[in-house]
Ligand binder design. Structure first.
Ligand SMILES: [Mg+2]
Length: 232
């Protein structure tokens, strides 16, 4: 197997995303309480979360665009309170900054640096993580996300877009991610080799097995170094 590039999921692969998402909700809620207490009262965190879930269902054409879903949620919440001009961008910015204040898994940075020294890496994410804000931008040859492509994993389009950005055939790309369906099944369908990053020791139960299962990014970096030594 000759691997010439890596495509890499972000959320829950390089950092746990849930703590950042929860903190982002709290930051937005604190700002609302301060600046629009009536809206904060009408839309506590739980209600705001339910509203966003409803919007996900009601606007399926935004399924690939989490940012737009959140903007629309803000607009709806304010409109329900009789406020037509919602401070969408201000509130979105507060959410976005907190959402990107992630704490990397302890193995992520060193492993990424080792991998980037051997192979080009493209991020492939359905979320709205900002690699520049997170400080990892320089380690990625390309950054591909669902809102930019107009399609979310496991849609073949987003994987093929990443392959094109890297200038490498899908069969020579190793896709790495934590999600069995979005990452492993999705990448396999376009002919990529796959790594299931299984940090939690779960059992595989999603059809054809991934090519590799690693429990952290260090194991991936070890594999990349060995594989690229062989092919030099
Ligand atoms: Mg993920």
């Amino acid at each position: 197997m000759t691997i010439r590039a890596i495509t890499l999921d972000l959320d829950d692969t390089l950092w746990p995303v849930l703590p950042a998402l929860i903190e982002a909700e709290h930051c937005a809620d604190r700002w609302l309480k301060q600046h629009h207490p009536d809206v904060a009262l009408a839309w506590p965190i739980e209600a705001m979360r339910a509203l966003r879930e409803k919007i996900t269902v009601d606007y399926p054409h935004l399924a690939h665009d989490f940012s737009e879903q959140r903007r629309l949620t803000i607009r709806h919440a304010f409109a329900e309170c009789g406020i037509a001009e919602a401070p969408v961008e201000e509130l979105w910015r507060i959410y976005y900054v907190a959402r990107n204040n992630v704490e990397l898994y302890p193995d992520s940075l060193a492993a990424l640096e080792r991998i980037a020294a051997r192979l080009p890496i493209a991020s492939v994410s359905n979320g709205n993580a900002d690699l520049e804000m997170i400080g990892l931008h320089h380690l990625f040859h390309a950054r591909v996300n669902a809102s930019g492509v107009g399609a979310a994993k496991p849609d073949p389009k987003i994987f093929l877009h990443a392959a094109e950005a890297l200038g490498v055939a899908p069969t020579q790309i190793l896709h790495v991610g934590d999600d069995p369906l979005l990452d492993v099944v999705g990448a396999h369908a376009v002919g990529m080799r796959t790594v299931w990053l299984n940090r939690t020791g779960d059992a595989w139960s999603h059809g054809p097995e991934p090519d590799f299962v690693f429990s952290n990014m260090t194991e991936l970096a070890d594999w990349v170094e060995t594989a690229t030594d062989t092919h030099r």
